[in-house]
Design a protein around this ligand. Structure first.
Ligand SMILES: *Cc1c(COP(=O)(O)O)cnc(C)c1O
Length: 372
């Protein structure tokens, strides 16, 4: 049995957190709103203690399974403020679905799609004043699910917490929409078939830190991962999926078990097909990419993810040598995708796919069902 009413306890006006005034200085992941959503699971009660309350420290047993054996999964999506002052969500059902898949992979209990939707919508509506009005900013939403039983031993948890935090994020490119430099990792790998690569889980990031540190030390923004077996096939970039415009085709590696199935990746594929471009999901070797960059057949390369939306790649470093893409400037496909996606996300452009949902403050009462 589950009690899904959301008890809302609002922050006292005197305890409201200061909202950063300067949207250019927001950065990413540094500020959080006044409230958070949380609900807890155990076998006798199902999901219960469902609430939104003022932001505070979590109480967690030092023996909690998530802290020792890594049963943790998360999601990342955004709420946008449109030019009409409306509040928009983009394809949140895809995130709910992916959270369920991640949970399944790590044998964790999960919340269903409807519950996930009510959690994020009610929190976003309650903290709507935290959604920046600057069109280059948005409210980042971070749903997280952890195993909380106090038990030292490797087995799936019986107790879980699902919580959602939100915070304003600034333009991903404070200096404007410019290409990034990426470094191809020849030794470290991100995921192997049969591993966790498809799940959005902390573990995938834990072991990416080493290679990321090497890349940063050498002056590159992110790591491009190759497959774990042959060290030959392109997989994805640090926190993004990767695309190439090769001659007149848009190419991205297929989802074959080691790559995170990005919502932005899926949206880019749909938009390119909608525009009549030739799109291929096929294995692509790093040798082919580098040769094509040298011969000029590689027209563009860009990463895709919720945070940056589109991240054009201007330099690829492989085997100690830099090769430029599109003269280290933003290409037309990357620019068109960036502009179209960000306009659809703000309800400013026709949405032929039914991707955006406008949510209204009057929905809050109905979503929460109970307030204290
Ligand atoms: C989240 C994530 C992505 C991008 O997914 P989106 O749904 O587009 O934000 C890509 N790769 C990794 C490793 C990720 O964690």
């Amino acid at each position: 049995m589950s009690d899904r009413r959301i008890a809302i306890r609002r922050v006292r006006p005197s305890q409201q957190r200061a909202r950063p005034a300067d949207s250019a200085a927001l950065g990413f992941g540094r500020y959080f709103s006044d409230h958070f959503f949380a609900t807890e699971f155990d076998r006798p009660n199902g999901w219960h203690l469902t609430r939104i309350e003022p932001m505070r420290m979590l109480q967690i047993d030092p023996a909690a399974i998530c802290l020792h054996y890594g049963q943790e999964v998360f999601e990342g999506l955004k709420a946008y403020r449109g030019a009409d002052d409306g509040i928009y969500l983009f394809r949140w059902r895809k995130n709910a679905e992916r959270l369920q898949k991640s949970c399944k992979r790590l044998i964790m209990e999960c919340v269903d799609e409807e519950f996930f939707g009510r959690a994020i919508k009610s929190l976003v509506l309650l903290d709507r004043e935290w959604i920046p009005r600057d069109p280059s900013c948005s409210l980042y939403i971070r749903p997280t699910l952890i195993a909380t039983d106090p038990f030292l031993g490797v087995r799936p948890g019986d107790e879980y917490a699902f919580y959602v935090i939100v915070g304003p994020v600034g333009p991903y490119y404070p200096e404007g929409f410019r290409p990034i430099r990426i470094w191809v990792s020849e030794e470290d790998v991100r995921a192997v078939r049969g591993g966790l690569g498809e799940a959005k889980t902390a573990a995938n990031y834990a072991h990416s830190l080493c290679a990321q540190k090497k890349a940063t030390t050498l002056g590159y923004a992110q790591v491009l991962w190759l497959d774990a077996i042959e060290h030959k096939w392109v997989e994805e970039v640090g926190t993004m999926n990767i695309f190439f415009v090769l001659r007149d085709e848009v190419v991205t590696p297929p989802l074959a078990g080691t790559i995170l199935p990005g919502v932005t990746r899926d949206s880019v594929l749909a938009l390119c097909r909608h525009w009549g471009m030739t799109v291929r999901e096929r294995p692509i070797g790093i040798a082919e990419v580098i040769d094509a960059a040298r011969s000029g057949e590689l027209k563009e390369c860009f990463g895709t993810g919720t945070a940056a939306v589109i991240a054009p790649v201007g330099v690829l470093a492989y085997q100690g040598r830099d090769v430029q893409v599109h003269d280290n400037t933003v290409g037309p496909v990357a620019r068109r995708l960036y502009e179209t996606l960000t306009r659809i996300q703000r309800g400013e452009e026709p949405d032929p796919f039914g991707w955006v949902e406008r949510i209204d403050r009057t929905d809050l009462e109905e979503l929460a069902l109970s307030q204290v």
